[in-house]
Every structure is written in C-alpha cells, then in structure tokens.
Design a protein around this ligand. Structure first.
Ligand code: F0G
Length: 462
C-alpha cells in the first residue's frame, strides 16, 4: 500500500476523542472524523488532567513558568509557538518527529488609528498572518499533520478557500508527505494558489464552491486511504487553540474583555474558545473574555442560525463575498461555535462588503495590514461598539487571520476603485477617502517634487 496507513502507531494514552453530542469516547477516529454512533463532531479531551486538578494552582503556575522558560530554548519543539504549550496538546509517540515550521510566536500589535475609528480607547491585534505560510492555519496544521505522519499516512488532503491548502502543502512538503488540494475554481486568492503550487501539492480546481469541495473530499476519504486535514479534524483545533494560550501569555495572563474573530467554517472560534475554557479549568485564568464571531453578510450562516433557529439548527446559505477565505455557506463547526458563544457570552454579527473594505484599509493605515477576511473583525467591532456590547474603555483584541500579501488583487482593485463598483453613493463617500491609487508621474525630479508638495498641502489642510 503506497498511499495509506502502513504501520499505524496508536496515538493514545494522553488524550481521547469525544463526540460533542452523545459523549462517546474513542481512542482513534475514522477517516471522516465523525462519531460513528450519531455522526456529530469529535473533540480532543484529556482524561489525565483530572489528576492534576486536585492541585490546580501549583500546576497552573508551573505551566506558566515552563512555557516562559522555553522561550530561551533552542530545541525544535520549544521554538514552535504551538509545541511550546505541549502539556495541553496530544502526546505523540515520537515527539521528536513532529512536522514544524516554527509556527505561532505571532506578534501583538497596537492599532491606534483603528481604535479611533471604532470608538475604543485602545485596540490590539494578534496577527496570525505572521505565521510561516501567512495564516493562522499553520498552528493547527503542525499538530494534525504530525498525527497523520505518525499514524503512517503518506497522503494528506483538504478542501480549501486557499489558506488551509497553502499551509497543508508546506507542512506536507516539509514532512515528506504527498498532498492533495481541492479548491473552488476562480474563487481563491492568487497568493494562496501560488503557495500550494510551489510547495508541490496536487492541486485540483473544481467548478464548485468550498462546500462542494468539502463534500467531495469527505466521500473521497471513505474510499481511499488519505488523511483529512480540514478543521473537522479535531487535531487541527488543538493546534489552533494555542493562539489563545500565547495571547494570554503576551498579556501577562490579564484577561481581555473581548476577543473578536472572523467566522467561516467556524473552526478557529471553536479552537480559541476551547483554549480559553481549558486555561480557566486549569486555573491559569479566572474569567473568560467574551469571544465574538463576525461574518460577511453574504456568508452569514452562523448569524442566521442564531437569529432564526436560536442556535439549535444550522441555516446553510449560498455564500458570496469578496473576502474569499470566508466564502463558506455550510460551516462544519457551527455547533462548537454556538457553544463557545454561549459559554463566553460573545456576540455574532455580520458586516457588508463596503464595511470590510474600509476596515481593511484602516488596518493597513496602522502599518499592520491583513487579508479581507481578517478585516471583518474591525468592521464588526465598530458595530458592537455602536450597539453598546463593547464599551469604550474595555480591552479588545482582534484576531487577524491572514497576511495582507495573501490577496494583493483585492487590495489593488480597492485602491484603483475597481472593487465594489455597485457601492451606493453613501458607501462611496466612506470608501473614497480610504483609497490611494498609484499616480502616473513624468520621469523627472520636478514632477516628483510637485507630487510631494501637493501631498504636503493636502495633509496640512486636514
Ligand atoms: N480568515 C482566514 C484568512 C481564513 O483563511 C479562514 C478560513 C477564516 C478566517 C475563517 O476561519 O473557517 O476557522 O472559521 N479559511 C479556510 C481555508 C476555510 O480553507 O483556508 P474558520
């Protein structure tokens, strides 16, 4: 067998997989990562923690100390901002054979201009786009793909709106695995597609949307021994939850009032919520921030699920948004996301295409930048402030999920006034001041000086 599981090492002992609905526990998952009894999602649980809960306070301070000291270590595991937190991750049989690109370790930036625009005193952004392949996916990928290799798989696969495929392809290449990517034709940003190609993935563009790609992949893994790396795979979420751990460490364990995250397939908000809950359970923090999820109006399945069905039943939508990363209508992890919103007291909002474009330009003007899907967080924050859900003095952290250079076409179209041609007059009045098209200038010093003088006069008149 060349493609599948050869000598499968059992990844067990330190953790179990538990169905989020019926509670059945398993040592390993089937190919689709669904409960064989009720078909619902699985999550990773750590039965061994119960023994430590008797002396939580000691364990909590030991963990904080250990994680901090690892910042000075040069070992491969410690250099990773994910595996540095390995006490809260599944224990792999061969810890030295993890596949890592030194993911995590992402910066926390101040966004003073965005804070003013949103109406809060200060605003921080944790930039997950500063991961090795430019998105938050790397933090989950290192864990799930390490499990895949240690279970003996030689092929891995995902359906993707772009970032998962870029990440998976890079980690597969680094770990000597083959990767298969299913992407919706014409609906992913060029930066992401070019990554998958360069990293050597077998890349298939399908004439369908993300949801269609995922449907086909789910059928494929039933028929062929290939390891599924979408966020339905609970090991992905284990890696992604470490962003919450790292954030709290950066904040010196002072819990912020709000964390705001974009919502697509809803894996990331579920992962961050799980990380926060575990920190509280283990006594590293004593309260939870409110974790809010923001979606594009055209891909608002979670918003509708909550408003129309009280969060009890998914309302799928036909997704459409220029923020292609979150162009998802049938989010797999909706139930996990609803639970996180309920347990943290977070909100769920939707924002328009114009609001996303403006917010993205504002994040850029603070010198930080991000891809369109990440900008929904700032657009959503503005709404949450207007609604009174977020107070001016409260501490807010936006999770920026992807790098600005992932989707340069969107940015160029925006500044050249080619994006949102159907914007209303009112929207155009708000969009235009954010746009900075490149100027056509004669190739001589005088011409450049004139441009500079005009710019200075314009600045002075503001
Ligand atoms: N932001 C970016 C930049 C993304 O790439 C994604 C998802 C999300 C936000 C939403 O995160 O799905 O966990 O709610 N991208 C996936 C992909 C779907 O295929 O790259 P989510």
């Amino acid at each position: 067998m060349t493609t599948g599981a050869k000598a499968r090492a059992e990844i067990k002992g330190s953790h179990a997989l538990r169905c989020i609905e019926c509670g059945t526990e398993f040592e390993r998952a089937g190919a689709e990562f669904r409960c064989p009894h009720c078909g619902d999602l699985l999550e990773v649980v750590y039965p061994g923690w119960a023994a430590n809960e008797a002396h939580t306070a000691v364990w909590a301070s030991q963990l904080k100390q250990t994680w901090w000291e690892r910042n000075l270590s040069r070992s491969t595991e410690d250099a990773s901002g994910v595996w540095r937190f390995r006490e809260l991750l599944p224990h792999l049989p061969e810890p030295r054979r993890i596949i890592t690109l030194r993911e995590g370790n992402t910066p926390l930036f101040a966004l003073p201009g965005c804070a003013r625009a949103a109406g809060v005193d200060r605003l921080l952004a944790k930039h997950q786009g500063m991961n090795p392949t430019g998105s938050f996916k790397d933090t989950g990928m290192t864990v799930a793909i390490s499990v895949a290799r240690q279970e003996g798989f030689s092929w891995v696969a995902c359906a993707s709106t772009g970032n998962t495929s870029a990440s998976m392809a890079a980690y597969a290449a680094q770990g000597g695995l083959r990767s298969l990517v299913l992407i919706p034709e014409g609906k992913i940003a060029w930066g992401k597609l070019s990554q998958a190609l360069d990293y050597g993935a077998l890349t298939c563009q399908l004439r369908t949307d993300f949801d269609g790609c995922l449907r086909i992949l789910t059928e494929l893994v039933r028929r062929h021994p290939i390891y599924l790396l979408n966020s339905i795979n609970p090991y992905r979420l284990e890696g992604q939850k470490t962003a919450a751990l790292e954030l709290l460490e950066q904040l010196e364990w002072q819990v912020p009032d709000h964390i705001i995250v974009p919502g697509g397939n809803l894996g990331n908000c579920s992962a961050l919520g799980k990380g926060l809950e575990e920190l509280r359970r283990l006594g590293l923090i004593h309260s939870l921030p409110r974790l809010s999820v923001i979606q594009a109006e055209g891909a608002n399945a979670l918003v509708r699920t909550l408003r129309e069905k009280g969060g009890r039943e998914l309302v799928p939508v036909q997704a459409e948004t220029a923020a292609t990363a979150i162009r998802i209508g049938n989010p797999v992890s909706w139930k996990k996301a609803v639970r996180v919103l309920e347990s943290t007291g977070g909100s769920c909002e939707q924002v328009s295409e114009a609001e996303i474009a403006i917010a993205k330009a504002e994040i850029g003007r603070d010198g930080v930048g991000c891809e369109p899907a990440s900008a929904v967080t700032l657009a959503g924050l503005k709404k949450l402030v207007k609604q009174g859900f977020v107070q001016r003095h409260e501490r807010v952290v936006l999770i920026l999920t992807g790098h600005l250079l992932k989707d340069p076409e969107y940015t160029l179209k925006f500044h050249r006034r080619e994006l949102l041609p159907e914007a209303s007059e009112a929207e155009r009045k708000r969009l235009d001041p954010c746009r900075r098209a490149p100027l056509q200038v004669e190739p001589n010093l005088e011409a450049v000086l004139r441009v500079l003088e005009t710019a200075e006069k314009t600045d002075a008149s503001k």
